[in-house]
Design a protein around this ligand. Structure first.
Ligand code: FRU
Length: 483
């Protein structure tokens, strides 16, 4: 048996062995992408190809920790119902023996080209990094072509996560990097044929420009045009928290500017976080066949007390966010759940105009484990308005401070922790609750808060409170279980 076959068989056995334990977990999600067993991290190779959406993902099937990653694979016709496909890549060759790390996919001459990082560590723990190519005729089975990019000069071996696109008759690749003087950077490479690549230089960061002093490593870069400007998404490591900003262990966000494909230069403005919640990292985008820019993020952050999640007891860990459509409005990225998610709604909808005062309200029919809520025409006359979910997560808007807050009971020690951002006035909220996750889209997606939280499994309550008078229109749907 080849190493690849051995690894595939071992992963399959792992799924079989733990299936009952995984499925018995009350915190298993109903409509978010999860690993069948083990740990999931970054979205990879995200693409719509010949009509079908393919989402690959960093997968460690053998434990709920990190290690020599596989590329797991889900496919979908509609962004709602997903099929778990055969494993796309196993870490079977010398150039990837410690992991087929993150990367991207692009269509070329009717085939799917996947670029990923081959992670290699020697006995002394020294790291090597190869940007590798694997080609597929059917989107399921990949033929490995081996390394196509070796580490260029000027970087440490923290050089990974290639994202490839075609522009102005040429191919470009951005890679997450660390310069030799230990600054986070995005490297740019160029190719005419996807096989031979030339290092153009540092595209952003590296101790220069608006990202001059901005951490020691950038992961998972992604550069694309949105609304006439060029947006660079990446995940910097090593930022100090600053007021309400940069509260998680690592960040994920974007800069907006102009990419000049002729000389490989990128002029850009300041960095903004993409999500203000507790659990969001390493997002990847693609443009689908409807011309929409759609983002998936990993609903966790590396090194952020990962082993304390209660799902570890059921042998699985982490999930993806919902797919989000991105728009650029006045230089800022807005994110909204893709409209296909309306397919998740069960028939019955509760619609009510609410008038709240200082008491806590429950609304008949408004509770549940897997629920979509829309709060519209919100009018907070004075003071604050709050919504509590499952007795363990809380959203609060203070009209005096003009601050939106997400609170949750920590899954480490139960202590309430919070994340915040400034919101000039609260107009609407679009909320997706899924047993142990919540995603909150504020004011048409101008701000997003994403988190895992762990309510007592029998607590399906949703409660509304206002310090003074608040009025709003509430809509609620139960959502279908698709996983
Ligand atoms: C981001 C990341 C990537 C790497 C992958 C390994 O979460 O660290 O930089 O390719 O995860 O699983």
């Amino acid at each position: 048996m080849s190493k690849d076959q051995e690894l595939r068989r071992a992963a399959f056995e792992e799924v079989e062995k733990h299936q009952d334990l995984v499925e018995a977990d009350p915190y298993r999600l109903h409509y978010h992408i999860m690993p069948p067993v083990g740990l999931l991290n970054d979205p990879n190779g995200w693409i719509q190809w010949n009509g079908t959406y393919h989402l690959f993902y960093q997968w460690m099937p053998f434990k709920t920790g990190h290690g020599a990653k596989f590329w797991g694979h889900y496919s979908s016709e509609d962004l709602v119902n997903w099929t778990h496909e055969d494993i796309a890549l196993t870490p079977s060759e010398w150039f990837e023996k410690n992991g087929c790390y993150s990367g991207s996919a692009i269509e070329h001459n009717g085939e799917l080209y996947a670029f990923y990082t081959g992670n290699v560590k020697d006995e002394k723990g020294n790291r090597e990094s190869y940007q590798c190519l694997a080609v597929s005729e059917d989107g399921i089975h990949f033929d490995k072509k081996g390394p196509v990019v070796h580490l260029p000069e000027g970087y440490t071996a923290h050089f990974r996560d290639p994202k490839v696109w075609k522009q102005d008759g040429s191919y470009f690749m951005v890679v997450g990097a660390q310069t030799e003087d230990l600054k986070g950077a995005v490297a740019l490479l160029q190719s005419e044929d996807l096989h031979e690549w030339t290092h153009v230089g540092v595209l952003a960061g590296g101790g220069e420009g608006p990202l001059g002093d901005f951490g020691y490593m950038f992961e998972c870069p992604d550069l694309f045009n949105l609304g006439g400007e060029d947006v660079l998404v990446f995940s910097p490591q090593g930022l100090d928290s600053e007021g309400m900003k940069y509260q998680n262990v690592y960040q994920a966000g974007y800069v907006v500017g102009a990419f000049d494909s002729q000389n490989g230069r990128y002029e850009h403005r300041a960095f903004y976080e993409l999500d203000h919640g507790f659990d969001f990292y390493a997002p990847q985008t693609t443009e689908d066949e409807h011309g929409r820019r759609i983002l998936f993020g990993w609903m966790s952050v590396p090194d952020q007390d990962e082993q304390n999640h209660p799902t570890v007891n059921h042998h699985w860990l982490h999930n993806m966010t919902l797919p989000r459509e991105m728009k650029l409005v006045d230089g800022r990225v807005y994110q909204t759940p893709v409209s296909e998610l309306e397919e998740l709604r069960e028939d019955s909808v509760v619609e009510r105009r609410l008038e709240l005062d200082h008491e806590t309200h429950e609304v008949e029919g408004v509770n549940g484990k897997a629920v979509e809520l829309k709060l519209e025409d919100i009018n907070i006359y004075e003071g604050w308005f709050a919504l509590e979910i499952g007795g363990s997560a809380r959203l609060v808007y203070s009209s005096e401070q003009r601050i939106f807050t997400m609170e949750r009971e920590s899954y480490v020690d139960g202590v309430v922790e919070k994340r915040q951002t400034e919101v000039a006035s609260l107009n609407d909220l679009h909320i997706f609750i899924d047993t142990s996750s919540v995603e909150v889209f504020v004011n048409g997606g101008a701000h997003v808060f994403t988190a895992r939280f762990y309510p007592a499994p029998n607590n399906e309550s949703i409660q509304f409170t206002a310090s003074d008078k608040t009025t709003l229109t509430l809509k609620k749907w139960d959502l279908r279980k698709v996983f």
